[in-house]
Design a protein. Structure first.
Ligand SMILES: [Zn+2]
Length: 465
């Protein structure tokens, strides 16, 4: 028997069987968590432009799969409540995320640092809010459809977060990880000399009731959701994966948390059967973790959120922008037009962006780092190397999908993620190579802020300030 099957686990298994034989009540909870779960559809009810690809030329033509907002609320013994919310969307931008957060604070007393909004990055969901607007040419009718949908999404999301909080009841939390081989570093597809890493980890947070039944299964993975690109609404492979996990675990709600998958694709693609295949791979990895790799989490829960300025390179001048209005590339013309309007309105173009970084620390067992934007794999691998591969979960695509977030390596190599992609997000210029150190240093600072260190001599954990 491998060494990791520790005596404590064997004792726990034996006690479990004894309990089952004698019909005794389950042992006391390892930690008095409470948890609540909620889920609602956010499927558009009318034809709407689908997000993520610039190549689509007309609105959606039907629904292949419903889209959802899903929320898990957790509360520690001190009453600290936080809600992890996942959305089947390509992105959510700062304005919409902050409107949701403000309403949640007003209605439920939920502070900003206690709400994570993560998107799956499905490229078969609707355009919502302002994300990637320079990528689409919407007429007045379509803009109005997007405005209506965004309002509906806002209301549904806030209501679902409220429903998760209202559902709080005694719970066990468990964490474990596996690996899955769905992601391919996609930079090689554009330039074969540019292979790069992926983050193959499958972190799983299980929420069980006191008797052990699964209520929620939160699963992370890092790769684009770009398998399908037609005109039917669906959650792409992450949407199929959570549906598969829910089928395998009746009564439980599954949530997908997108990781640092900006430079990864699930390949090959463009086929619904492949989408289902990737979903089965993720579901199998999650099932493996749930079967034999879970460790109970204790509290307390510590949360923090901050914005740190990341600098852009020198923005183009008015003369440079005016000459781009003649460019043969439609997107470069639209981008120049937009920046000229910004310049006329504000007198200058921004030289930095207030980038959101969030850390949740679950006792000493697991920390969840949630980063804004489309984050490349280098960040996940570096942060796990610095803070622990076993208990650090790094999500991207959280709170504000402002742009791609390249590492220093990706910026220096060149290519889409650090360069051309900035156009589609309407940003004035690429980030400077300091983007990586700036973000990594802020994560380090927030982890120090939330870290729970032993008090020594078996005392209760203390929060280091
Ligand atoms: Zn993307």
């Amino acid at each position: 028997m491998p060494a990791r099957f520790a005596p404590a686990l064997i004792v726990a298994l034996l006690l479990g069987s004894l309990n089952a034989l004698s019909g005794a009540a389950p042992a006391a909870l390892p930690y008095p968590w409470k948890a609540g779960v909620a889920k609602a559809t956010v499927t558009p009810t009318e034809p709407i432009w689908l997000a993520g690809f610039g190549s689509r030329t007309r609105p959606s033509e039907g629904v292949r799969q419903d889209l959802f907002v899903r929320a898990v609320a957790v509360q520690d013994a001190d009453g600290t409540t936080a809600v992890l919310t996942t959305l089947d969307l390509v992105g959510i931008e700062r304005e919409l995320a902050e409107t949701i957060a403000t309403q949640c604070e007003q209605r439920f007393g939920l502070k900003r640092d206690r709400l994570i909004l993560n998107v799956s990055h499905t490229h078969s969901g609707p355009v919502a809010g302002l994300v990637l607007m320079p990528l689409y040419e919407l007429d007045a009718t379509q803009r109005e459809v997007v405005r209506r949908y965004t309002q509906f999404l806002l209301e549904r999301t806030v209501a679902t977060i409220g429903a998760a909080i209202a559902d709080l009841a005694p719970a066990r939390l468990e964490f474990g990880q596996s690996l899955a081989g769905i992601a391919v570093n996609r930079r090689r597809a554009r330039q074969r000399s540019l292979p790069g890493p992926v983050d193959p980890d499958v972190p799983v947070l299980a929420v069980r009731n006191p008797a052990g039944a699964l209520r929620a299964i939160v699963v992370g993975y890092a790769t684009h959701a770009t398998t399908l690109n037609d005109y039917l609404i669906n959650g792409d492979w992450p949407g199929y994966a959570v549906a598969e996990i829910e089928r395998e675990h009746p009564g439980a709600t599954a949530l997908f948390v997108q990781g640092c998958g900006a430079d990864a694709n699930a390949l090959p693609r463009r086929d619904e059967e492949l989408t289902r295949a990737y979903s089965r791979i993720l579901a199998a990895a999650a099932a493996e973790v749930l079967r034999n790799r879970m460790t109970p989490l204790a509290g307390p829960l510590r949360t923090t959120f901050n914005r740190v300025d990341v600098p852009f390179q020198t923005p183009p001048t008015r003369a440079q922008l005016e000459s781009r209005l003649q460019d043969s590339n439609r997107f470069i013309r639209l981008h120049a037009q937009r920046l000229l309007e910004e310049l006329a309105r504000d007198g200058r173009l921004p030289d930095r962006y207030p980038y959101p970084v969030q850390v949740w620390q679950f006792g000493r067992g697991m920390r969840l780092v949630a980063l804004g934007g489309e984050v490349v794999a280098d960040y996940a691998l570096r942060l796990k190397r610095e803070h622990g591969f076993d208990n650090t979960w790094v999500a991207g695509y959280s709170n504000d999908i402002l742009a791609y977030i390249p590492s220093r390596r990706v910026l220096e190599e060149g290519g889409y993620e650090g360069g051309e992609a900035m156009i589609y997000f309407g940003r004035p210029a690429p980030f400077t190579p300091e983007v990586e150190e700036t973000i990594v240093a802020e994560v380090r600072r927030l982890i120090r802020h939330t870290d729970i260190v032993p008090a020594g001599d078996g005392g209760s954990p203390q929060v280091r300030r």
